[in-house]
Ligand binder design. Sequence first.
Ligand code: URA
Length: 195
Amino acid sequence: MSSLSDLEIEIRACKKCKLFEARKNAVPGEGNPHAKLMFIGEAPGLNEDIQGRPFVGAAGKLLDKMIHDVLGLERKDVFITNVVKCRPPNNRDPMPEEISACSPYLVSQIRLINPQLIVTLGRHSTGFLFTYSGVDFPGITKVRGKPHTLRIGRLEIKVFPTYHPAAALYNPNLRETIRDDFVRIRSEINSNSYT
Ligand code: URA
């Protein structure tokens, strides 16, 4: 079984789908390798592609703020990654074949980190984990705002879906919904003494 740093090296050199052709950097993810809390987004955007780090643009600023203000944590306390590790051109949705090629990296990261709670950001990461676990995915609106216990390989992990922070940049009402979800995530963390 490879380590997180072996995986990072592999991801940075990956050519398993066509997204490697236009990328500047693959974005493996970052944070605490022993994190109890893991965040999974969709795919890198422009800023992430330039820096090789996840959630460093406007959506990332909002995510950092929620993690800090609502959960009382810092980025270094959690692990942040994406389903797809390279930027799709013009930030289009990742294609099913890109998700299939890339998602084994995510599954390995989950297995190695073994977090107590995964927060999925948006429909792509949520849909992937539901489908991977063999659970019907009726859409982000139906499943968000509460924890679901999913079997990911040999692990049973609580997965808490919320909207993607980028959606809140265009729709300010969603910002409140995401904040409410983070308040629920805080209760979930407190009631299970994650440290
Ligand atoms: N959106 C994502 O889903 N992931 C990032 O890393 C940045 C923006």
